[in-house]
Ligand binder design. Structure first.
Ligand SMILES: [Fe+2]
Length: 131
């Protein structure tokens, strides 16, 4: 497992919960992924290219004092059943994360003097997106 990977519960039916975890350090062991609800958790794949009209790939823009991260080129819907639940910005030694609720704008401002390396956004329907 690698630092920054996200895993979600992969249980079935009533044994599946909404758990999501993040790996904080690289791990070279050969053991199975973490277990949740009795099942090995599923790696959340990072997608980097949008298809279709809905946009998910974060857009990083330098602003005074840091960075603005928008999702995406065309603002993603923020509806009760379909929304961006968090936006992250990474530098070489920092990870910033803003959690969002439906009806909020899919945008976050992160104040840092360090150079942005990447950004990620999580859509509750379409998964994890990286720029
Ligand atoms: Fe979406």
């Amino acid at each position: 497992m690698k630092m920054g990977e996200l895993f979600v519960c992969a249980g079935a039916g009533e044994t599946k919960c909404d758990c999501m975890i993040e790996i904080l350090t690289d791990c070279e062991c050969e053991s199975t992924p973490p277990i949740c609800c009795g099942y090995p958790m599923k790696l959340v794949e990072e997608k980097t290219a949008d298809q279709g009209k809905e946009k998910h790939v974060p857009v990083i823009t330098p602003v005074d004092g840091g960075y603005e991260v928008k999702v995406g080129e065309v603002p993603h819907p923020m509806l009760e059943k379909h929304f961006i639940s968090f936006i992250e910005l990474s530098t070489s030694n920092e990870i910033y994360r803003k959690f969002l609720m439906p009806d909020e704008e899919p945008v976050a401002f992160f104040y840092t003097k360090n150079e942005a390396v990447s950004a990620r956004a999580f859509c509750n329907i379409h998964g994890l997106w990286k720029a």
